[in-house]
Design a protein around this ligand. Structure first.
Ligand code: NAD
Length: 425
């Protein structure tokens, strides 16, 4: 269906395509409350965070609907004109994970459709419902076949990545699966963008108020129960303020309201699925042997995969909780006394997705940020993802990227038309 729809859709003027993407944003907005409840019920996040994801999704669609790809004149001299056009690729397969089922789809759907591609979207097996509702809404807005959904039991990813009619795979998920996607796409030299895992370090500088920054770091580590690719996954704190910083994190963790995301007042919902719950608990059990748990540390004794915000101190850099991506509400806090050394420790990772530096002296903090090998480093903030700013991982955190004009380019083929006149015969 996506292949059949491509010729007419790609020939539709970009203004019309963008207007339909805008209309889709309006339709999502009109049903945002229903979407947010569905998102909470399938993903587990508190309702206000689900609504925040919906608002971000709508904003993202509108941002892409406002972007244009103008032909670029590369040369126009001596009777030679060279113009770079950007043409759509064809059928795009979108493959998404379970932590942000809606916005991660919109990061792909927006640019794919505006640039004239059609799409087959496959959500994660444990969060299919919001993607299906997007499909239902698209049915009344887009021409048949432009947007399609398929659901699976974790067994259709490979069917999509190896399918001869798929021109590009837009993948967000773990690094392990990303490697499989890249290998499968290689057979057809398919275009591929990979948004993969991360192990973001937060480096706290010695000129800050420890309590103030601990509160911000806590927010960056525990939003969506830590299940964010760019969550703060390890925090490095100067030795003189280490105790105070850890104690403030522990105070916040102990105060957190952990409950069903649909209940008013819940701040931290459950971990989304059993596999992830088991992984986080295994990392935590190991960390208990190696370090000191200041808050949390035990799953709640109730049905569901509830792990309260957990703060662990005194771990070595070699501890699995520090080296691996925990993707859950468990934060290791590490000590440092030399800035060059802590930058090296932060960079000693196969991941390079995000990261943050916290400091009053902005020039110094920016200088440290420049030395962190990650696609994005935030200074005194976290999670500031914006559809107008490109987002991409370094090292094994990704390939290619999403968002911004660069993200739009990822859905097109540069097409060079190089013209000279015939000489007079
Ligand atoms: P996952 O890799 O297990 O699954 C992601 C998707 O890939 C799912 O839809 C799954 O069904 C599909 N899939 C499974 N096997 C496949 C195969 N062989 N070929 C193609 N697709 C296949 O990831 P997850 O556990 O759902 O998500 C968590 C991971 O996603 C974390 O590592 C997190 O950091 C990462 N993530 C990255 C970003 C980013 O933008 N960089 C954003 C969110 C999440």
């Amino acid at each position: 269906a996506a292949k059949r729809a491509f010729p007419a859709w790609s020939a539709t003027p970009i203004e019309q395509r963008a207007a339909l993407v805008d209309k889709l944003a309006d339709a999502l907005e009109a049903r945002a409350g229903e979407f947010a409840s569905l998102l909470t019920s399938e993903q587990g996040k508190p309702l206000d965070q689900a609504m925040f994801e919906m608002m971000g999704s709508i904003f993202t669609l509108r941002a892409f609907a406002a972007m244009r790809l103008e032909p670029k004149t590369l040369r126009d001299e001596g009777g030679n004109t060279v113009i770079e056009h950007r043409t759509p690729l064809g059928v795009v397969a979108s493959i998404t994970p379970w932590n942000f089922p809606v916005i991660l789809l919109m990061n792909k759907l927006g640019p794919a459709l505006v640039t004239g591609n059609t799409m087959v979207a496959k959500p994660a097996p444990t969060t299919p419902l919001t993607t299906l509702l997007v499909g239902e809404i698209c049915r009344d807005i887009l021409p048949a076949g432009v947007f399609n959904t398929v659901c699976d039991q974790n067994d259709l990813g490979e069917v999509l990545t190896t399918h001869p009619d798929v021109a590009k795979v837009a993948f967000t998920g773990s690094t392990a699966t990303g490697k499989k996607v890249m290998a499968a796409a290689a057979q057809g030299v398919k275009r591929v963008t990979l948004e993969l895992g991360g192990n973001d370090a937060a480096i706290v500088l010695d000129d800050v108020d420890p309590r103030q920054v601990a509160q911000k770091v806590y927010g960056g580590a525990m939003a969506n129960a830590g299940q964010i690719c760019v969550a703060i996954k390890r925090a490095y704190v100067p030795e003189p303020m280490y105790d105070e910083f850890c104690d403030e994190l522990a105070r916040l963790a102990k105060e957190a309201v952990v409950d069903d995301g649909a209940k008013q007042g819940t701040q931290v919902g459950p971990v989304q699925n059993k596999m992830q719950f088991d992984k986080v608990m295994a990392l935590l059990d190991d960390a208990k042997e190696r370090g000191t748990v200041l808050a949390g540390g035990e799953a709640l004794d109730r049905p569901g995969y509830f792990i309260p915000p957990t703060i662990v101190r005194d771990l070595d850099d070699d501890a699995p909780l520090v080296r691996e991506e925990q993707f859950g509400p468990v934060l290791p806090v590490l000590k440092y006394d030399d800035i060059d050394d802590v930058i090296a420790r932060a960079n000693d990772s196969e991941y390079g997705l995000g990261g943050s530096v916290w400091g009053k002296d902005l020039a110094r903090a920016t200088d440290v940020a420049k030395r962190i090998d990650s696609g994005t480093v935030w200074v005194n903030q976290y999670l500031a993802i914006d559809p107008n700013i490109p987002f991409r991982g370094s090292k094994q955190s990704g390939l290619g990227g999403e968002l911004g004009e660069a993200g739009l380019h990822e859905y097109t083929q540069p097409h060079i038309i190089n013209v000279v006149a015939l000489e007079d015969a």
